[in-house]
Ligand binder design. Structure first.
Ligand SMILES: [Zn+2]
Length: 143
């Protein structure tokens, strides 16, 4: 996985709250690892973390290491700040990344104008440490 980089990132509007049952997910991010749950019964990968497999309703799982590579599955560009938190932050692209292993993550792509984003663009994860507890997965284009 890539080292953390000194690059411009969009400030998150709100920081995530760490649920204790998913602390391993957050600990992995702080080690520059992107892991998702893998059902111990049917091997379905699931993200975001949740207590039960939606396919077989099994609770046990492992945390599978993802490659961090994927592509733009979909995106939306916000132009009008419909909430005061968006003032000065638009246009802002919110992107759904389809990891090569299958799960979808909602994130942002760094260092690209929202007007340049295209479905199918290849991306890789970039880990950005936000504070002492939270590292977030952003994405950048693969050259
Ligand atoms: Zn399952």
């Amino acid at each position: 996985m890539d080292e953390q980089k000194d690059i411009m990132i969009p400030e998150p509007l709100l920081m995530p709250v760490i649920a204790v049952e998913y602390s391993l997910f957050w600990e992995s991010l702080s080690k520059n690892e992107l892991r998702v749950q893998k059902c111990a019964e049917c091997a379905t990968l699931r993200y975001p973390p949740n207590p039960m497999c939606s396919v077989c309703q099994y609770f046990d799982h492992t945390w599978e290491l993802m490659s961090g590579n994927g592509e733009v599955y979909s995106y939306v560009v916000t132009h009008q700040p419909t909430n005061s938190a968006f003032i000065g932050r638009t246009p802002l692209a919110t992107v759904i990344i389809e990891l090569d292993e299958g799960p979808h993550l909602i994130s942002n792509i760094l260092n690209i104008s929202p007007s340049e984003i295209k479905i199918g663009m290849r991306v890789r994860v970039v880990f950005i440490k936000m504070d002492d507890q939270i590292t977030l997965p952003f994405f950048e284009l693969i050259d």
